[in-house]
Design a protein around this ligand. Structure first.
Ligand code: F6P
Length: 541
């Protein structure tokens, strides 16, 4: 593989592949040559520094890395998360064909379907008012308590699908900072509130602490017996949930072969289902399934996740770009960059290959972003003129859900396209001078000011276009990014499905709590930690 990476570096340099202005000038059909579609989802990668030679090498790289065989192993339920001895089967949760999926020889589909049906009954019961609070009132508000994968998916998708939200209001509490739950509870009536405790392990300290505060809120207001009417839970640790006092018909399970950051398709999606209804949730799963089928069947050069992963690898490990920006021109995708941060960085932020040797080159990039047009007035300056090249990924719908505000959608589209065009084209020194003199600036002043108005251009971007952000479209988009992360993980030769990197902080926090509480001495900790503990304790109440 390293030989192909070397060839890619040489080829990109020798063919001037990253000169986008020249590439567009040389090929009037560049858009047609470097864009692919799945249904109404278009991916335009013509504004990235690829050419035929680069694409051929990337295709060879995918072959050499055995991406297709590894993809098939994932879908087949092999224990590809080998550091934890687990299969990786979030795809089974949206396996709408219902073909058998075997884990250790057992078909998981009957269990998947049973949980989905139980979620549907519960969600529709809450939505219709049939399932009520302890005092007989209908549920008007649900509060999901979870963190990481047990929070980001539901919160992101619920915001994204606001036009389909016809169930109770949804709130999300994740941070152990008491401010989060306190500010949320302030707005709520205990009699009409349902809490969903979402935790794969049911041990995560943030979630367990917030769950205890929520329990006290209900018990203090409505009495201990009311707790069973106001709580539901989602977990793989069914025994631990039962011990919390949640009734068995309100516990929704999933399985260790569902990673936290891949769990929105499981019972972790319950708040979304309560918000948009079981039918729309089904369409969300359908969208993901359509992407799964495409990923399994389409040839590399037409395969959206393959191409997105190969270009991601090319940007990171051939051209050396350290980050990528996710820029949805879709306000309802405001939490999508945060969702992708966990999906991508928790999966591919690794330093060791599958052999236990250090990664050669780089693994995953820093992923970040904000919706356009807001970001334009914040950090785009650096993307345009800063010294670091940051590949951008734009996404936009052909139409919004507000027909009366169509003129605003047109303005949104114009802004999105203007940004990718500006990043690609840039502005030369001569163009900058000419622009100044055409506005009446004299020659010497124009020569003085022009360098500040130069844009290098040749800054890569990919643009996704879809009809409308429906449940189907959202499911398809998330699955696209999941598989992109998979492809890049294979190319980096890492295990994308464990997350040992988050463990050390958790261990140290547990050890530090008694020190912060003052029941243990800070001795043995470094002087900075000791100094900070002393400072924080001296000022606390
Ligand atoms: O941050 C680590 C992590 O394990 C994530 O992978 C996971 O999504 C999150 O914590 C929450 O874990 P749980 O669902 O078990 O509470």
């Amino acid at each position: 593989m390293q030989a192909i990476v070397k060839d890619l570096k040489n080829t990109a340099a020798a063919t001037n592949a990253t000169d986008l202005r020249a590439a567009f000038a040389a090929d009037p059909e560049r858009f047609a040559h470097y864009s692919v579609a799945l249904g109404d989802l278009l991916m335009d990668f013509s504004k990235t520094g690829v050419n035929e030679q680069v694409m051929e090498l990337l295709e060879r790289l995918a072959g050499e890395a055995d991406v297709a065989a590894k993809r098939d192993a994932m879908f087949a339920g092999e224990a590809i998360n080998f550091t934890e001895g687990r299969a990786v089967l979030h795809t089974a949760l949206r396996n709408r064909d219902n073909t058998p999926v075997l884990v250790d020889g057992k078909d998981v589909m009957p269990d998947v379907n049973a949980v989905l049906a139980a979620m549907g009954r519960f969600a529709e019961g809450v939505r219709s008012g049939e399932l009520q609070g302890a005092t007989g009132k209908a549920i008007t508000d649900i509060v999901n308590i979870g963190i990481g994968g047990s929070d980001l998916g539901p919160v992101m998708a619920t915001l994204a699908l606001a036009p389909f939200h016809d169930g109770p209001r949804a709130h999300f509490v994740s941070n152990v900072d008491g401010a989060h739950i306190a500010d949320t509870l302030k707005t709520l009536d205990a009699e009409t509130t349902l809490f969903i405790i979402a935790s794969k392990t049911f041990t995560t300290i943030e979630t367990m602490t917030n769950a205890a505060s929520a329990r006290a809120f209900i018990a203090d207001t409505l009495g201990e017996d009311a707790v069973r009417h106001h709580f539901a839970a989602v977990s793989t640790a069914l025994d631990k949930v039962a011990a919390f006092g949640i009734e068995s018909d309100r516990i929704f399970g999933f399985w260790d072969w569902v990673g936290g950051r891949y769990s929105i398709w499981s019972a972790i999606g319950l708040p979304l289902m309560i918000a948009i209804g079981a039918e729309n949730f089904g369409r969300f799963l359908d969208g993901a399934h359509a992407m799964d089928t495409h990923f399994r069947e389409a040839p590399v050069r037409e395969n959206l996740p393959m191409l997105l992963g190969l270009i991601g690898f090319y940007h990171r490990n051939v051209l050396g770009y350290p980050s990528r920006a996710i820029l949805p021109y879709d306000q309802r995708l405001s939490r999508f960059p945060a969702y992708l941060q966990q999906l991508d960085m928790e999966s591919n932020g690794k330093g060791v290959t599958v052999d236990g040797t250090p990664v050669e080159g780089n693994s995953g990039p820093v992923v970040w972003g904000e919706p356009g047009t807001n970001g334009q007035h914040a950090f785009y300056q650096l993307i345009h003129q800063g010294t670091t090249v940051i590949p951008a990924e734009f996404m936009i719908a052909t139409k919004g859900f507000e027909p009366k505000l169509h003129h605003q959608h047109e303005l949104l589209i114009a802004n999105c396209l203007a940004q990718s065009e500006a990043l690609m084209k840039g502005r030369s020194l001569d163009e900058a001078k000419a622009q100044l003199t055409s506005k009446g600036t004299d020659e010497s002043q124009a020569a003085f000011l022009a360098p500040h108005r130069v844009f290098s251009g040749n800054r890569p971007s990919i643009t996704f276009v879809y009809d409308q952000l429906t449940p189907f479209a959202l499911g398809r988009l998330i699955a696209l990014y999941e598989h992109r992360v998979f492809v890049e993980g294979v190319l980096f030769r890492i295990n994308s499905f464990d997350q040992w990197g988050v463990e050390l902080g958790k261990e140290l926090a547990t050890g530090l709590l008694p020190v912060v509480q003052g029941t243990e001495s800070a001795e043995g900790h470094d002087s900075s930690t000791q100094g900070l503990v002393a400072r924080l304790r001296s000022k606390s109440a």
